[in-house]
Each structure stands twice: as structure tokens, then as C-alpha cells.
Design a protein around this ligand. Structure first.
Ligand code: ADP
Length: 210
């Protein structure tokens, strides 16, 4: 985390953490931007999609259960992902902050996350929502399928389903944080560096206020 962010966070927040939710539909660029944010601020990256894919690669019981749901573009049960996030938070004491990517994806997950962070004397600093038009998302996912090897990227029907699930179950998460004045949208179309700059500006402003 930048020296500035660290100093400001330390004064206002006993745990010295600034936690960010990078929010947006599948294909909106969360993974790409997460990597750059981690390099700049030292966040601990918690991506439920990555955690689930690692369970699948290790062929665990949890992974096997999750795979069929993921392949259909359905959500994995709340209890499963909340359990994974709870363990990950426990396993990483003293980090400058968590960057949540692909989580929370339902309002139940958001409520559980708020509770977990509160138990550690912390909270969400800001939710940043990347705005990208739907047709652009489909195109990006089809392109990603060529290299990602992800079975849920290649099929346009599955993608449309993921977007429908996003609208129905996940969009309300941004309203959940909006009620606390912690939800901000930024334009997710443009050059990667340009979008990164917009996200950094929000983080720097919000961490100064927290
Ligand atoms: P994307 O960024 O393209 O949306 P992810 O890698 O975040 O993809 O997630 C892939 C799939 O993993 C989702 O479609 C869903 O089936 C499952 N998944 C990931 N995170 C969650 C979550 N928080 N709750 C429920 N299911 C999840």
C-alpha cells in the first residue's frame, strides 16, 4: 500500500486496513485491474472465481460440486463462498487491505462480508463498479475463451445466463453499499491505463476520507 494510504488509514482505522470491492459484470475487466491495483497498493487479492477454479484443479469435493454450477453460469451457494472468504481473511492477518474480486455476488454474501470484517475491526472502504455495455462484455468473454481455457467463457448462452444472474442477484450488492455512500461507478470502456487511473483516483480519495 502506498505510504500515503498507509498513514491516512492508520490514523482513522485501528486495523490499518482499506478494503476494496472491485465490482462489475463478467468480462468487465476486474481481473486485469486487480493485478495492477495489487502491484500499486499491496492489497491481498481475494477472487472467489480463482479460489473455486483452484478447488476444481485440485479435484476437491467442493470443486466438483462447484464446477457444474459454474459451467452453467449459475452461482455457487452462498455458504460455500462465504466459508472460503472467511478462511482467507483468517489466513491473512496484518495485510494492508483486501481487494475483493467477484465477491460479494449476492446481498447475503455482502451482509456476511460486512460481519466478518467487523469481527476484525474493519469494514469495506469503497465498492468501485466498472460500467461496460452488454454487447462489449459478450465480445470480451468470447475473446477470453480463446486463451483462458475456461469452459464457462466459450458458450454465448452461458454468457447470457451469467449476465442475467448478474443483473438479478449481483447488481443489488452495489445498492447495499450505496446506502452507506460507499458505492461508486466508473466508465469501464477505454484504455487499460486510463481505467486504472480512474480507479486509483477513487481509492486515493476514499482512503483519505476513511
Ligand atoms: P467472472 O469474473 O467472469 O464473472 P469469476 O471468475 O468471478 O468470473 O467466476 C466464475 C464463476 O464462479 C461464476 O460464474 C460463479 O459460478 C462462480 N462464482 C465465483 N464467485 C462467486 C460468488 N461470490 N458466489 C457464487 N458463485 C461464484
Amino acid at each position: 500500500m502506498s505510504v500515503y494510504l498507509n498513514t491516512v488509514a492508520k490514523e482513522r482505522n485501528p486495523t490499518n486496513m482499506f478494503n476494496l470491492i472491485l465490482f462489475g459484470p463478467p468480462g468487465s475487466g476486474k481481473g486485469t485491474q486487480s493485478e495492477k491495483l495489487i502491484a500499486k497498493y499491496g492489497f491481498k487479492h481475494l477472487s472467489t472465481g480463482d479460489l473455486l477454479r483452484s478447488e476444481i484443479a485440485r479435484q476437491t469435493a467442493l470443486g466438483m460440486e462447484a464446477k457444474s454450477l459454474m459451467d452453467q453460469g449459475q452461482l455457487v451457494p452462498d455458504a460455500v463462498v462465504i466459508g472460503m472468504i472467511s478462511s482467507a481473511i483468517e489466513a491473512n492477518p496484518g495485510v494492508p487491505g483486501f481487494l475483493f474480486d467477484g465477491f460479494p455476488r449476492t446481498t447475503a454474501q455482502a451482509a456476511a462480508l460486512d460481519k466478518l470484517l467487523a469481527e476484525h475491526g474493519s469494514e469495506i472502504g469503497v465498492l468501485i463498479a466498472l460500467q461496460v455495455p452488454e454487447e462489449e462484455l459478450i465480445e470480451r468473454m468470447l475473446n477470453r475463451a480463446k486463451t483462458s481455457g475456461r469452459s464457462d467463457d466459450a458458450d454465448e448462452n452461458v454468457q447470457r445466463n451469467r449476465l442475467a444472474v448478474y443483473r438479478r442477484d449481483t447488481l443489488p450488492v452495489s445498492d447495499h453499499y450505496a446506502q452507506f455512500g460507499k458505492s461508486l461507478s466508473i466508465e469501464g470502456v477505454g484504455a487499460i491505463e486510463e481505467i486504472f487511473g480512474r480507479i486509483c483516483q477513487v481509492i486515493d480519495e476514499r482512503s483519505a476520507m476513511s
